[in-house]
Write a protein that binds this ligand. Structure first.
Ligand code: FMN
Length: 192
């Protein structure tokens, strides 16, 4: 299949589909972790049965943990929590405890819930779809709350607030991940 679309024309549309910045936390056995995600969407029209879908890249340590535990929480960041984008989103938790010193409690799913955030949804995975480079998890919301007034932090605003050294670090990481995604995204297992 050929792709004739101009990426520059499409980027502003794609950018508007990202959710507010969230710290995705999970626990499997005695291991906990947090990463950043923006590919999150509501996936239920029944208020009493809220569901979301989230895309987690297979190279992430969080992917390993979520695939085993089938639980996670999305903790949407406040406007003053830009530092967590770097702490959770620029490095992997494979060899370090990214949640050390971060205020949290354990949610209904067993996942860590950040006690300092804009609001959270604690979730249990009910199904998953292979996206090649990532897995798309459908999850039911077990509990959630809004903890802060005002707006959460959006990437389109946050990226303009990044110090130049952080922006450079992110661009380098992203370039590596885009190359890895391009290699893997066609490699989809269509089995149920
Ligand atoms: C602004 C931003 C948005 C991101 N969005 C996602 C996302 O939607 N899904 C995802 O899997 N990773 C996303 N990431 C990348 C992960 O947060 C990042 O690779 C992280 O280091 C993975 O950590 P882990 O290996 O400890 O799981 C995003 C990172 C940033 C900075």
């Amino acid at each position: 299949m050929t792709h004739s679309a101009d990426p520059g024309r499409i980027a502003p549309l794609m950018g508007r589909l990202w959710a507010p910045l969230a710290s995705v936390t999970t626990r499997w056995q005695d291991k906990t972790n947090a990463q950043i995600a923006v590919s999150i969407a509501a996936a239920s029209i029944v208020p009493a049965r809220p569901r979301i879908v989230i895309q987690i890249y297979k190279g992430n340590y969080s992917h390993q943990l979520i695939q085993k535990s089938l639980v996670f929480a999305v903790n949407f960041l406040r406007q003053d929590q830009l530092h967590l984008v770097k702490a959770f989103g620029f490095v992997s938790g494979r060899h370090q405890d990214k949640l050390a010193g971060v205020a949290r409690r354990t949610g209904a799913s067993g996942s860590p819930i950040l006690t300092e955030c804009w609001g959270y949804l604690d979730c249990r995975v009910v199904n998953a779809m292979d996206g090649g480079d990532m897995t798309c998890f459908l999850a039911e919301v077990l509990e959630g709350d809004v903890l802060d007034q005002g707006e959460p932090l959006w990437w389109r605003n946050a990226r303009r607030m990044l110090p130049p050294a952080w922006a450079e670090e992110w661009e380098q990481k992203l370039a590596g991940e885009m190359a890895a995604s391009l290699q893997r995204m066609g490699d989809i297992n269509y089995s149920a």
